[in-house]
Design a binder for this molecule. Structure first.
Ligand code: BES
Ligand code: MN
Ligand code: ZN
Length: 525
């Protein structure tokens, strides 16, 4: 998709269809008149009446279309509901929905002209009271560039699909043709310079594409997306964006003393990988580490999961996918801080060589762990990854992991749990998440949880018995591997990393949760 700046009046825009963004309560007739004072009045009236009969009210995601009967340069007029609030968030959602609507329809259009106005229309016919309300709903803290970025981001997110394994799509010429046309979206209604326009488009596209990259990595089945392939994907991103990438093999992981990662990897035929991506900013004031759980398949190990519990466990590398996606954003948009992206990748499989429940292993920071449940493997591989980044002397750590089923009980598929040692870091992450359209909800790390992790024969055990406060206990375990004094936040994304339904900017399958929050957080440092 090519995004370009439309300088013509929207009604004169040379495109197959003109799309007008309409906020709830706005009159399409008045918007048309506002955009082109010479618009045919009868036509504008007819459009307004047509939309009325269709029940179009400008609600978010509402969509309606009509022929332009020669009154516009384009042959079709589409109206798109932008909702009550004038925010980039709404634009992002509307754009994702719009893409799906346009692409799902059987049309031959290849160019669109879209008018967004980052302010509700205040026409003369709007009463004083209404005018005040309109002004209030116009959130002036957002710049036009943010609206454009959100538009491009939403559009890109809406365009995600993964059909690699569908033979129908590989062979049908019709679908191929549809895919090959590179449509153009001309955007009007903004007063951005060409340079600012290009910058905002690049940012939106990078955020969308990188989330889609994470989604693709998650969508790949475990037979394909092995730790080795995951490492190759990280290398590809590094090469394309100028990052450095070091991939440690079994022997090197062993040598570093990562007994916890090695322990989990013992049961698998596929070898583990420890992946380190680095972005170095010139004159950086600090280095942030982002750490991802990369279990490419979680069978539970000898503490075997049920068939239903195992069904989707290819998505247990969603934390790793978010790290790779975020590093692609970092490499492309080059923030002021340095960033280290670290992934502990392995399968968790049962076999004659697998960890026995009750085995004792030793993590890189020297602490010994009694593995009372081999299905609590995420915290084991993260123990080594967290020890590693502390050893590297990073200034701040954020980890992402599909760590506990308990977080799904607590927060459903709505919000990720966030826990950690720094109020400030969590507050800033929450702000970034809010802008990104992702939700975080903080859970506590009470000292009272700690006795749950007490082992009779080792420093710790990996799974607190009783199943109470599962997500908090898992985070308490992780805390043991973070050097005191380094601000640390842990995001449990088990609930939000996967979705069974499509809605707005979220697709079915792996969601790529975390890429947009982390990117925004890091870019704002
Ligand atoms: N990968 C799972 C957590 C998970 C569950 C993610 C459901 C997505 C959906 C993790 O490795 C796991 O198995 N956790 C156990 C921990 C328990 C044994 C203490 C769990 O949540 O049941
Ligand atoms: Mn598990
Ligand atoms: Zn797991």
């Amino acid at each position: 998709m090519k995004f370009s700046l439309e300088s013509n009046q929207p009604t004169k825009s040379k495109a197959d269809a003109l799309i007008l963004g309409i906020y709830s309560g706005e009159s399409v007739k008045e918007v048309l008149h506002h955009l082109d004072a010479k618009i045919d009045k009868v036509f504008a009236d007819q459009v307004e009446n047509h939309l009325k009969t269709e029940g179009f009210k400008g609600k978010l995601h509402q969509f309606s279309s009509t022929a332009s009967f020669g009154h516009l340069q384009s042959s079709r007029l589409i109206v798109l509901g932008l909702g009550e609030k004038v925010t980039p968030k709404n634009i992002r959602k509307a754009a994702a929905g719009l893409y799906r609507k346009l692409n799902g329809a059987d049309n031959h259009e290849s160019s669109y002209s879209l008018n967004i106005r980052p302010a509700k229309l205040q026409t003369s016919s709007v009463g004083k009271k209404k005018k005040a309300a309109a002004e209030k709903s116009t959130d002036t803290k957002y710049g036009e560039d943010e609206f454009l970025c959100a538009l491009v981001e939403g559009w890109t997110l809406g365009s995600f699909n993964f059909d690699k394994y569908k033979t129908q799509n590989q062979n049908s010429g019709e679908d191929k043709k549809k895919k090959e046309k590179t449509p153009e979206l001309k955007v009007s209604g903004l007063s951005l310079s060409a340079k600012d326009f290009a910058t905002a488009v690049k940012k939106g596209k990078t955020l969308g594409d990188s989330t889609n990259l994470a989604r693709t990595l998650i969508a790949e089945p475990a037979f394909y997306m092995t730790p080795t392939r995951l490492a190759n994907e990280a290398k590809k991103v590094a090469k394309a964006t100028g990052l450095t990438c070091t991939v440690m093999t079994e022997a090197q992981i062993e040598k570093l003393g990562m007994g916890a990662l090695m322990g989990v990897a013992r049961g698998a035929d596929e070898p583990p990988r420890f992946i380190v991506l680095k972005y170095t900013a010139p004159k950086a004031k600090k280095q942030i580490a982002i750490v991802g759980k990369g279990i490419t398949f979680d069978s539970g190990g000898l503490s075997l999961k049920t068939a239903v519990g195992m069904e989707r466990m290819k998505y247990d590398m969603s934390g790793a996918a978010a790290v790779i996606g975020t590093m692609q954003v970092i490499g492309t948009l080059k923030p002021r801080v340095s960033v280290m992206g670290v992934i502990a990748a392995t399968e968790n499989m049962p076999s004659g060589k697998a960890l026995h429940p009750g085995d004792v292993i030793q993590a890189m920071n020297g602490k010994t762990i009694e593995v009372n449940n081999t299905d609590a493997e995420g915290r084991l591989v993260l123990a080594d990854a967290l020890s590693y980044v502390c050893e590297e002397g990073v200034d701040e750590i954020i980890d992402l992991a599909t760590l506990t089923g308990a977080i799904i009980h607590a927060l459903g598929r709505v919000a990720a749990g966030v826990m950690g040692t720094s109020n400030e870091l969590i507050k800033d992450l929450d702000k970034a998440a809010e802008e990104a359209g992702e939700k975080l909800w903080r859970l506590p790390l009470y000292e009272e949880f700690k006795p749950k992790l007490k082992s009779d024969i080792a420093d710790l055990k990996n799974a607190g018995s009783g199943g109470e406060a599962g997500s908090c206990c898992a985070a308490m375990f992780l805390k043991e591997f973070v050097k005191p004094g380094i601000p640390w936040a842990h995001m449990d994304i088990a609930g939000v990393a996967w979705s069974d339904k499509e809605s707005a900017e979220i697709n079915k399958g792996g969601t790529g949760f975390g890429v947009r929050t982390l990117s925004r957080y890091i870019l704002s440092r």
